[in-house]
Design a protein around this ligand. Sequence first.
Ligand code: FE
Length: 178
Amino acid sequence: MSERKVVKSEEQWRQELTPAQYDVLRKAGTEPPFTGEYVYNKESGDYRCAACGAMLFGADTKFESGTGWPSFTEPAVAEAVELRPDNSLFMRRTEVVCRTCGGHLGHVFDDGPGPGGQRYCINSAALQFQAAKVTPGGDADATGGAKAGGGGGVADGARASEQPASATVSTQHTSDTR
Ligand code: FE
């Protein structure tokens, strides 16, 4: 468990998280169905870990499962989550954990609608939704904001080095005059 990038004591987590968040994320609890704040959320944006802020699920993979919990077909990036067998409560399930902080998110089942056939059943309390920024007067660009950074501006010294105005203008055949 040393690969966690965010490690805090239980005491710290208890202070930082709400009781509902703490119960889910640190105690692997499950919020009652149809009670979480994101069950019916259809806005576009990012679902991040409520504990550490890691990007977990994109709204474009969210679907209406009818279960009462936010459901996704896949994580935003596979590495964002960790899957591990959970045989508690006399069931065989696969637990979904935030890889960054180890927080419990929910479970994944193989009856999902997407091509991968997975249904990530995630507690709202484990998530922090961040609505997509809407560019005024433009289409909301899903990939926006991730422009290849830097690079702006003219490279030093490369500014228009007094190019002799096209040297080949001379031979202008004006022999059109018959
Ligand atoms: Fe996390």
